[in-house]
Design a protein around this ligand. Sequence first.
Ligand SMILES: [Mg+2]
Length: 126
Amino acid sequence: MSKVLLVDDSAVMRKIIQRNIKETGLIVDEFVEAGDGKQALERISDSGDLDLILLDWNMPNMSGIEFVRTLRSLNMPKRIPVVMVTTEGSDSKVSEAKESGADGYLTKPFTADQLRDTLGSYLLVG
Ligand SMILES: [Mg+2]
């Protein structure tokens, strides 16, 4: 049973990412969605066990980088992997995200191969 939290302020982007994940054959049983970092924190307390968080950078209310810093400051029973999925692709942004507690990084737009390679470390392939 694999559960993925998709955090992006674009509902269209959340749908695209879900469809792409299914098309690449990565196994996800349930997607949970959030439109900003604040909602994502709520989903984490509601949704129980999450296997992976896919996180946009630029969002209203609470950005991706603020979210990952907050998440890593919480005392949680399990460390949930976080992969940034964002148009912010500069080296300094990638370093900032990793120093803040992100585990992986995928720059939009991404290819099916890039998606499978990046998420394959966290999800099974069918
Ligand atoms: Mg955004």
